[in-house]
Design a protein around this ligand. Structure first.
Ligand code: BGC
Length: 480
């Protein structure tokens, strides 16, 4: 009898455990669906970065654009993204994360169609500025939404997934550009982006609003409902609500914090990190890859386009290196390796130009140049690409996080615009060799800044980083 009872208890325990495990799975699936849809805005970000490289050669051909006009066309989107990122904090606070992403999807869609119909360079520049505003809003709001929806244990992975979506967006744009280049349908390259915008709009409509924002607007009941769908138990839901409410008491007061010297140090670090990411020269390759292939001696459009697709794929694949090792080896070792690889690759490319690769003298040298370019891409994607975003989401005290992330994201776009607006001019005025040497030198110098100022933030809670920072510890040591 007793044995039977014990067996029953064991059986019911096993059944309960199984039920809990299933619940965990079920909830996790919902979280991943939410994450996937939200990360679609990363895809759009990537598509808009990637698409222009394939369009430029046709604008040169049909509109007779000069390198200066090309630079304007590239960087107008980036200037728009700079403006968008500046207003995004206000936007996502006032209207909610979901509405902010929805609005950006609408601007993406309309902007894609309009840019496909642009009658000339000036309209194209204006429309791309408008499109950029959407990219800027999405680049701030989507990672914020993701981090607010994710259970703590997979937060890092979800932010890295966002970067992965950017790289996938870039390669998809390269592929579709290549496809349309066969019929010289460059307007389709731009117009097709309306499709992912619509998919994103519909997907986002079905997503719940962020519980943190709902609590910010005192909608406790709704926040509870959302969290119940995302978390595994009532206990987890209540603990998270209590946590958020406690955090919200500590009002976002970036302006007041700005007077705090230690907070300003974190802001400078965020600005420096994003500037360092952009001045690697990564986006030079993203925007002007077909031109670089041409300069290196690959004359046909199809060679240039497929070469660009290869660049995009390497960018996606190497991002997995960062995802795999960022929590194992830490942020700094990976950044050291990445910047060393990028610095050497850019310098070697400079030498290749110096020895005449652009004259197409030797096919072996041409292939070596492409190989070096791919090594550079690997260096970026395994390090600066994802890790700079990760560190920038970790170093700000909670009360100043909105301001901090706004400022560093805006810096990313501003420096991106500077790089996009100066590369061709640098090539033409300084020469190919010197331009690449400058980028090489910048990448190598970053190693000193990394050593002197950048903290290792692996495996430490955000609260501890905050305490260390505000107690006046040196930046380099706030992760200890
Ligand atoms: C950068 C973008 C860049 C992309 C390339 C991102 O981390 O912020 O500027 O185009 O990586 O994969």
């Amino acid at each position: 009898m007793l044995e039977k009872d014990t067996q029953e208890i064991i059986d019911s325990d096993i059944a309960a455990e199984k039920h809990v495990k299933e619940e965990v799975k079920k909830n996790k699936l919902i979280v991943y669906v939410v994450a996937l849809v939200a990360a679609l805005s990363g895809l759009l970000f990537g598509l808009d970065i990637g698409v222009i490289s394939g369009v430029l050669p046709w604008l040169d051909k049909y509109w007779g654009t000069t390198p200066e006009t090309d630079e304007f066309i590239v960087s107008s989107m980036l200037a728009g993204a700079f403006a968008g990122s500046l207003i995004s904090g206000y936007f996502s606070r006032k209207f909610g994360r979901k509405k902010a992403i929805l609005i950006s999807a609408v601007i993406f869609g309309i902007g894609s169609i309009l840019s496909a119909c642009a009658p000339g360079p000036n309209t194209m520049i204006t429309i791309r500025f408008f499109l950029g505003i959407a990219v800027g809003i999405a680049s701030f709001t989507a990672p914020l939404y993701l981090s607010e929806m994710a259970p703590q244990r997979i937060r890092g992975a979800l932010i890295s997934m966002y970067q992965l979506m950017i790289t996938i967006g870039i390669v998809l744009a390269f592929l579709s550009d290549t496809f349309f280049s066969y019929g010289e349908h460059w307007r389709w390259m731009l117009g097709i982006l309306v499709v992912p915008s619509i998919i994103m709009f519909i997907g986002i409509m079905f997503l719940p609003e962020s519980p943190r924002w709902l609590l910010l607007k005192s909608k406790r009941k709704k926040a509870q409902e959302v969290l119940r769908r995302l978390r595994n138990s009532e206990l987890e839901v209540e603990a998270e609500i209590a946590d958020i409410e406690k955090n919200l008491e500590e009002k976002q007061d970036g302006k007041k914090l700005f007077h705090n010297k230690n907070f300003r140090k974190a802001l400078y670090l965020g600005v420096a990190l994003q500037a360092m990411q952009q001045f690697t020269g990564m986006n030079v390759v993203m925007y002007y890859a077909p031109k670089i292939f041409k300069v290196v001696g690959f004359a046909s459009s199809s060679q240039q386009m497929w070469g660009t697709v290869l660049v995009g794929f390497i960018n996606v694949l190497a991002t997995f290196i960062a995802i795999a090792f960022v929590d194992k080896f830490g942020r700094k070792p990976i950044l050291y390796i990445g910047f060393l690889v990028m610095g050497l690759a850019m310098s070697v490319l400079g030498f290749m130009f110096y020895f005449g690769v652009e004259t197409g003298a030797s096919p072996a040298l041409q292939y070596a140049a492409i190989g070096t370019l791919l090594i550079f891409i690997t260096g970026f994607a395994m390090s600066a690409g994802p890790i700079i975003w990760v560190i920038c989401s970790e170093i700000y005290p909670l009360a100043g996080r909105d301001l901090g992330v706004t400022v560093s994201t805006a810096t990313n776009w501003l420096c991106n615009a500077i790089v996009g607006a100066t590369f061709l001019t640098m090539l033409n005025s300084l020469g190919h060799d010197v331009t690449f040497w400058i980028y090489g030198g910048v990448n190598l110098s970053v190693i000193i800044i990394l050593y002197k100022f950048v903290p290792e933030t692996k495996g430490i809670s955000l609260e501890k980083i905050e305490r260390n920072l505000l107690s006046g510890k040196r930046l380099k040591n706030i992760g200890q």
